[in-house]
Design a protein around this ligand. Structure first.
Ligand code: DLL
Length: 436
């Protein structure tokens, strides 16, 4: 099944024509309404009327996460707040999150794009969709909610909360047929499910739509085997729209990008030049229909490649590979996303520790763990008091959990040793043992 056959199966020539028309309209809009883009386009001497083909896209300036942070909260909005009906923000960041807005039309488009992806995974109005993404500033909960309602599914806004028993209870009693959540949540549910003694046939579950963080084929296999279901990958990011950027169809051989709304490029993060079809690089998106928060050539920091050739499902939209990693040092664990500097920001100012910090990412079974190594300052009066050190350890762990949303084990190291390891740097050093 295809939700919007007219667009999702349009010829590549017609699509290119539609993209360029939409791009020109968008460029005119941002030039008039977003000071940042007026300045960027003027500085690069871009005449919008000279952007006539998709090849001209490479003459446009990039937009980065730093640009968006600097525009906090509303400087990149292309509409006044009275025309903005929804505001979300990037998840898990301290300090200045990236704030994004949606007009009424943006919400209508977003709902359709999510509905398309649900249909691509085989959902219909007969499905009971349990949404176990957080309903919050994070786009996962509400994004899927509107999309699933648009499709006509029976939506259970379970949200994500610590009590996985409740999720399983809902899944069984409410006859959930589609589970929508982060892969780490699905995996945790798997483990809990195995302890309940419930047989998968006692559930109505038949598929899971998972996204928002990287997950391996091994994790996919475990989720599928445990619940006897099919699991689909969905990709998206707050800055571009949230979920609804791309998703797997039933072929599960790449994620179709909703190209009538987003133009995709893959560039080399070093030369910033487009790479060849099939080569891995950084995903860059230009939104061509967004009214409230349009972005030109947004550098996502996500590594992937585009896949050549037609898909058997009949959709003509290009497919991207699954995300292979990041071009920057952003850490993703259990749906939380943060930069190493934010770990340090969370604990800086706590009396008794030095400015050196090492972050160790590892895994216990299928679950990622975070260890933060710090050193006690030599002049800390109570360095030898175990009780005081324990309290300090707990305070640090609490501060990290409060600001990043993940629990951390805090380890004390001797300062000379830690300073030598981090080579005296102020930025935390990261040791990632997860892939090992
Ligand atoms: O994670 C939006 C979303 C919600 C997508 C629900 C899919 C499902 P952010 O919190 O802004 O938005 O995080 C975006 O998460 O740049 C990737 O690094 C990562 N990411 C998202 N989906 C995937 C995926 C939402 N399927 C950032 N595989 C992105 C790997 C993913 N990484």
């Amino acid at each position: 099944m295809i939700y919007n056959r007219q667009y999702e199966t349009m010829s590549r020539d017609d699509l290119a024509q539609l993209q360029i028309e939409r791009l020109q309209t968008m460029l005119n809009r941002v030039y008039r309404n977003v000071a940042f883009y007026k300045h960027a386009l003027d500085t690069q001497r871009v005449e919008i009327e000279n952007i006539r083909t998709l090849d001209d896209l490479k003459r446009l300036p990039f937009t980065t996460k730093d640009d968006l942070r600097a525009s906090y909260p509303y400087d990149m909005f292309a509409l006044p707040l009275r025309d903005v009906v929804r505001i979300h923000a990037s998840s898990g960041t301290t300090g200045r999150p990236i704030v994004v807005g949606y007009s009424k039309n943006d919400i209508l488009h977003w709902s359709e794009l999510v509905a398309r992806q649900l249909v691509a995974a085989g959902l219909t109005e007969h499905d009971v969709a349990q949404i176990a993404f957080t309903y919050s500033l994070f786009t996962g909960g509400l994004g899927y909610h509107f999309g699933a309602e648009k499709l006509g599914a029976s939506v259970i806004p379970a949200s994500s909360h610590d009590n996985l028993n409740d999720q399983l209870l809902i899944m069984k009693d409410f006859k959930t047929s589609a589970l929508l959540c982060a892969p780490s949540t699905a995996l945790a549910l798997c483990h809990l499910f195995k302890t309940t003694g419930i047989h998968p046939e006692q559930l109505s579950l038949r598929c899971a739509i998972l996204g928002s963080e990287p997950w391996s084929e091994r994790v996919r296999a475990e989720i599928e085997e445990t619940f006897r279901i099919t699991a689909y990958d969905n990709y998206g990011l707050t800055e571009i729209i949230g979920p609804g950027v791309s998703g797997e169809c039933q072929q599960r051989n790449g994620l179709h990008i909703n190209e009538d709304h987003f133009i995709v490029e893959v560039i080399s993060p070093t030369t910033l030049q487009p790479v060849k079809m099939g080569e891995e690089g950084e995903l860059v998106f230009t939104t061509i229909t967004k009214e409230a928060f349009p972005l030109i050539r947004y550098r996502t920091g996500d590594r992937a490649c585009l896949m050549d050739g037609c898909c058997e499902c009949g959709r003509t939209f290009v497919r991207m590979s699954r995300v292979h990693g990041r071009t920057d040092d952003m850490i993703i664990m259990h749906g939380a996303k943060f930069f190493p500097s934010q770990v340090y920001d969370a604990i800086v100012g706590e009396e008794g520790i030095t400015s050196h910090c090492k972050i160790v990412l590892d895994h216990q079974g299928d679950f990622d763990t975070l260890e933060v190594c710090v050193a006690i300052a030599a002049n800390h009066g109570y360095i030898d008091e175990i009780k005081t050190l324990e309290q300090l350890r707990n305070r640090l762990a609490q501060r990290i959990e409060n600001s990043l949303g993940v629990s951390a084990k805090v380890t004390f190291m001797e300062d000379g040793l830690l300073a030598a390891e981090v080579k005296g740097k102020k930025q935390p050093m990261v040791v990632d043992k997860r892939a090992a």
